[in-house]
Write a protein that binds this ligand. Structure first.
Ligand code: CAO
Length: 546
């Protein structure tokens, strides 16, 4: 008989992680791999599997307790084994032992034994909460020698396509994904044989996820499963940011069920202890969603007929081209916003003559700093100030239809046109950043967008969006509100125009502004004040430092 002290494994750097479920009791017989407890961090819930078969002799953690790596979890009594010490470090300098490995729930790599060669598992990294993400391209083949940073696959989420790079170098011995596969965080992508590494304890795992059963907390989907013919929006899309939603309390089985049914857990009310979401809650939510829109749409008589299908080949040669996923989802998002949000667009001009002179004056300094300053960072800064001045623009409509969610942070998205489609990376805390910082971030985000390097987190948490067509042309346009935000600023090309100064016409550089807003949240007078304020700040950028 042997006593095995099972400890908490590496939790991917998370501290004070909550025990949300005990899966065993004292006296239970557990098999290797059986779940012992379920932990929940801000980002994921995870089951800790048993490293051994045995009988639970004592449990050291209770539901609701918090724990850290190395904490005593429970004691197992196993037959025919020596006493087993808690987990020890598995570096190459240590002599790896079965017992040491046994206290780790599920190793993410095969630790090299008296050698520096190892087979490493490459897992799908954090996809910003997105699940069932489609692999649209596989960039490597089995047998390839790959270097750290090489693209392994390209995946496409609701918001962007992105390349997933190799996290170490070596020979790709097995590829576990193919084009069209649907992947989640933690899925096995590939096995890589790394020979001659100086440090065999180094893992290629992108995020040091403790076990294979880690489930990313699903963020609110960008596109909920709503047909374009929905009734007037009674439940606006939840802000896809975990910060605003708070933690979702649900076990892995509930999360899996929600994924299978396409239910957005951020919108499900939990009836379990401490508001925990149960399977019944997911079923009730889905049932309600299946009934409600049909009934209300029909009642409102607002079902919109699809245009009839037309065979265009009768008029000439045609070609059927598949839309990219981003393109399809952008189309759905635009339709949903256009149909649900009562849009109004306020047009105005900002006199940027002095701003432009200042911008030209700092061109040399910008070059020295290795950056470039366009009018956009000034627009961002001015909008951030306007959002502070007019907080009614920095809200989202709550799902209950009775509240507004007032945001006290100022994150602004910038629409970027890429060959793969329209994406909106979000710049954080714009009100706290300098023009230099914003210029650098715009360039970085624009380049990431065009090179498919944006991660979902880069596109979440926006309060307001700027869509700038200023480098292209046009005098005005009517941008569509990027729900759940309530306003978007369209910027067109600045042009010299004659302005009357009271005694004569003067040539002034005028930048056209087109502010579209959700008339449920904002009234017309506020919109006119907002653009007038932008005009004031941009015409005399000393206001930007006030
Ligand atoms: N009026 C006049 N000129 C403008 C201007 C404006 N409103 N906005 C930008 N410009 C000028 C810039 O000053 C720059 O000229 P200089 O080199 O002489 O200074 C030139 O246009 C090009 O600017 P840019 O596009 O490189 O940089 P930006 O900061 O304006 O935009 C980014 C950055 C990432 C938004 C841009 O690269 C991009 O992708 N633009 C596409 C716009 C788009 O797709 N919008 C979405 C439409 S939504 O359907």
């Amino acid at each position: 008989m042997a006593n095995i002290n099972v400890t908490i494994p590496d939790l991917g750097g998370a501290n004070d992680v909550e025990v949300i479920e005990l899966c065993v009791a004292v006296g239970d017989t557990v098999a290797e791999g059986d779940s012992l407890i379920v932990l929940e961090t801000d980002k994921a819930s995870m089951e800790i599997p048993s490293p051994h078969t045995g009988v639970v002799a004592a449990i050291h953690l209770q539901e609701g307790a918090t724990c850290n790596v190395g904490d005593a979890l429970l004691d197992l009594t196993a037959e025919g084994e020596e006493n087993v010490a808690p987990e020890v470090d598995q570096g190459v300098d240590e002599q790896p032992s079965d017992t040491a490995q046994d206290s780790v729930p599920e190793p993410v790599e095969e630790v090299a034994v008296a050698s520096v060669s190892q087979t490493l598992e490459m897992l799908v990294p954090d996809l910003g909460g997105a699940s069932e993400v489609e692999v649209i391209e596989v960039a490597v083949a089995e047998g390839d020698e790959i270097a750290e940073g090489d693209t392994i696959v390209v995946v496409e989420t609701d918001k962007a396509s992105m390349e997933i790079p190799a996290t170490s170098s070596g020979k790709l011995v097995s590829l576990k994904l193919s084009e069209g596969s649907k992947v989640n965080q933690g899925d096995l992508m590939a096995l890589v044989e790394s020979v001659g590494s100086a440090d065999a304890s180094q893992s290629t795992e992108p995020a040091p996820a403790p076990v294979a059963s880690v489930e990313a907390t699903p963020a609110a989907p960008v596109t909920p499963p709503v047909a374009p013919q929905v009734a007037p929006m009674q439940a606006p899309v939840a802000e896809p940011s975990r910060d605003q939603q708070g933690k979702i309390h649900a076990g892995p089985a509930v999360r899996m069920l929600a994924r299978e049914l396409g239910a957005d857990l951020t919108q499900v009310s939990g009836t379990g202890p401490k508001g925990r979401i149960l399977k019944e809650d997911v079923h009730a939510f889905v049932k309600q969603r299946l009934n409600a829109p049909v009934a209300s749409a029909a009642a409102a008589g607002s079902v919109i007929a699809q245009p009839p299908a037309i065979d265009f080949s009768q008029f000439g040669e045609v070609e059927k081209i598949k839309m990219s996923k981003i393109h399809r989802l952008t189309a759905q998002n635009m339709t949903r916003s256009w149909l649900n949000v009562p849009h109004v667009t306020q047009f105005d001009h900002a006199d940027i003559t002095e701003l432009e002179a200042f911008r030209k004056g700092i061109k040399a300094e910008a070059e020295q700093r290795g950056t470039k300053v366009t009018p956009l960072p000034f627009m961002l800064k001015a909008c951030a100030m306007a959002l502070r001045e007019f907080p009614q623009f920095n809200v989202s409509l709550d799902n209950d239809g009775e509240h507004l969610i007032q945001k006290h942070y100022v994150n602004i998205g910038v629409a970027v046109d890429t060959p793969a489609g329209l994406v909106v990376p979000v710049l954080r805390d714009v009100d706290q950043k300098s023009i230099w910082q914003l210029s650098e971030e715009i360039i970085e985000m624009g380049s990431k967008a065009k090179n498919k390097k944006l991660m979902p987190a880069d596109m979440q948490g926006g309060c307001f969006t700027i869509s700038s067509l200023g480098s292209i042309g046009g005098t005005a346009f009517t941008p569509i509100v990027n729900t759940p935000e309530v306003a978007i600023l369209g910027v067109s090309k600045a042009d010299i125009q004659p302005r009357w100064d009271g005694s004569e016409f003067k040539p002034r550089l005028m930048m056209p502004l087109s502010l579209s807003y959700d008339h449920r949240a904002i009234n017309g007078a506020d919109a006119a004040r907002f653009t007038a304020y932008l005009g004031k700040v941009l015409s005399d950028i000393r206001h930007l430092v006030m």
